[in-house]
Design a protein around this ligand. Structure first.
Ligand code: AKG
Ligand code: MN
Length: 207
């Protein structure tokens, strides 16, 4: 028996500080849920009623390049469509409570997204629907394949240096402050990626 054992690295239990950007702030915590991530991914892949939705673009109805599910307490209107809410599932509610504790904010809905492979993606946009309120806190949990999350200031790249974050299995990203007024985000295609990714973006909708 050795008298002394190697010092253990304490688990990373407290959130990192907010990253302050010009006109917005971010909390990026890559290891937030690494211990639970495998189990959450397996369960959500199976248990969520994933739906294919369409988008109206250039006068045509096109399938969104991902599957999704709006879950929570009330309908959500975005991209010109109204999405009825699927009732909370206990696991999703549990994840939401943990995320709320970290952000110090309540959430009453979550958009779950399933990117089946690297060809699934999300174009440039801001989460700026009126019912999200003035400066919404949007909290995003990522599971599965690491994908690139891109950010750009609406006035151009010279405003913000930060343009891309790798969102890995078990990570948490929170966008807050004036972010949705001044910045857009996107999840580009990644041809080489063959693994699925699930993303949960928790939101608060005014009644
Ligand atoms: O998949 C992501 O990380 C982002 C998804 C997103 O921005 C959205 O659904 O509004
Ligand atoms: Mn978004």
């Amino acid at each position: 028996m050795p008298l002394f054992t190697e010092p253990q690295t304490p688990p990373d239990l407290s959130p990192p500080p907010w990253l302050l950007l010009p006109q917005g702030k971010l909390l990026w915590w890559p290891s937030a849920f690494v211990d639970q991530a495998d189990q959450w991914l397996a369960q959500l892949e199976n248990d969520i009623p994933w739906q294919q939705h369409s988008l109206r673009m250039f006068g045509r109805e096109l399938n969104e390049p991902r599957l999704s599910c709006w879950m929570g307490e009330q309908p959500y209107r975005y991209s010109g469509k109204t999405r009825l809410a699927v009732p909370w599932q206990p696991l999703v509610q549990d994840i939401g409570r943990r995320v709320s504790q970290i952000c110090g904010q309540p959430f009453n809905g979550v958009l779950l997204n399933l990117y089946r492979y690297g060809q699934d993606s999300m174009g440039w946009h801001a989460d700026d629907e009126a019912e999200l309120g003035l400066n919404p806190t949007i909290a995003s949990v990522s599971l599965g394949a690491t994908r690139r999350f891109k950010l750009r200031h609406k006035l151009g790249h010279h405003i913000g240096e930060l343009t891309e974050l790798p969102l890995s299995h078990g990570s948490l990203l929170v966008m807050a402050g004036e972010m949705q007024h001044h910045w857009q985000h996107a999840l580009p295609k990644m041809a080489a990626c063959r693994e699925p990714r699930i993303n949960l973006t928790f939101r608060w909708l005014s009644k």
